[in-house]
Design a protein around this ligand. Structure first.
Ligand code: 2HA
Ligand code: ZN
Length: 273
């Protein structure tokens, strides 16, 4: 059996949490990650018949039965993942009943999965329906995205348009737009259900006045999604109070979509054309 602390997926989690912490997106215990792993790969590091303990999730994740995820822990700090992954991360498998998570590794101080486990697992279920290659759900509190929430109309179309207009790259990175939820109480099934509903349509969902969710096929791609939104929100916040002399026009946005072959997935109903 290989040493799990050398596994590429543990390395990736360390790297991603460290980057997110350094960017100021995940203060204290802010943010959480879930990353679906390949069973055969995990079996090189862990005895998959050895369940350390079980965790009652309080929701039904039947489509994910048998799936294995590495997840950040409840109340754990991204800042601390690199120095103690075995405490701050855990590897869980959704049990045959669909409502229990079986701990296979980690949370060695008796900890448990992120408080946002419902939103994560429900988002995985929603995204897998749309894209069977989806593996990752990321949540963070990126500063400018959050700041923008307090001064910008909170609806899918309006937020997507403002972000698209801020960087030429945005249309290429998220032509499918960004979903926006109003403020809701976090940490429970209701916000999970609402997030998953948006995830049927979008890979990016803003939790109004709270933070950002992203989903993708790997950590790099998903991190890149959040990073691009945050860059655009930063430019918005740096310019929102100044007279706007120039903007990327709607015909130009469509021109980008055509040139980068994303016209089919681009939310054309978000353009005034
Ligand atoms: O886990 O970010 O949404 C801390 C949070 C809750
Ligand atoms: Zn949060």
């Amino acid at each position: 059996m290989k040493d799990i602390l050398t596994a590429p997926f543990v390395e990736e989690m360390k790297e991603t949490t460290a980057n997110m912490y350094r960017l100021g997106w995940d203060e204290r215990n802010g943010g959480n990650i879930s990353y679906m792993l390949d069973e055969e790969e995990v079996a090189q590091y862990l005895d998959l018949s050895n369940v350390i303990r079980t965790i009652d999730t309080g929701f039904d994740a039947t489509p994910l039965i048998g799936k294995i995820f590495i997840v950040t822990g409840s109340g754990k700090y991204f800042k601390n993942v690199t120095k103690a992954p075995q405490i701050n991360l855990g590897i869980v498998r959704i049990a045959k009943d669909g409502t229990t998570a079986e701990l296979l590794w980690g949370f060695e101080d008796g900890g448990t999965v992120t408080s946002e486990f419902p939103a994560h697992m429900m988002s995985h279920m929603a995204r897998l329906e749309v894209n069977p290659a989806n593996r990752v759900v990321l949540h963070a509190h990126p500063t400018y995205t959050l700041a923008m929430n307090f001064v910008h109309q909170l609806d899918d179309r309006a937020v997507t348009r403002s972000l698209w207009q801020m960087c030429t790259e945005c249309m290429v990175v998220f032509p499918d737009g960004i979903g926006v939820l109003p403020w809701m109480l976090c940490g429970g099934n209701d916000i999970g259900i609402a997030t998953a509903e948006k995830m049927k349509e979008y890979r990016l969902v803003i939790w109004g006045l709270h933070g950002l969710y992203g989903a993708g096929k790997d950590l790099d791609e998903t991190f890149g999604l959040l990073e691009t939104v945050e860059k655009a929100a930063q430019l918005y916040m740096l310019t929102a109070h100044l007279p706007r002399l120039y903007t990327i026009t709607d015909p130009q946005l469509l021109q980008i979509a055509k040139a980068y072959h994303v016209e089919d997935i681009c939310r054309k109903d978000f353009l005034d054309i």
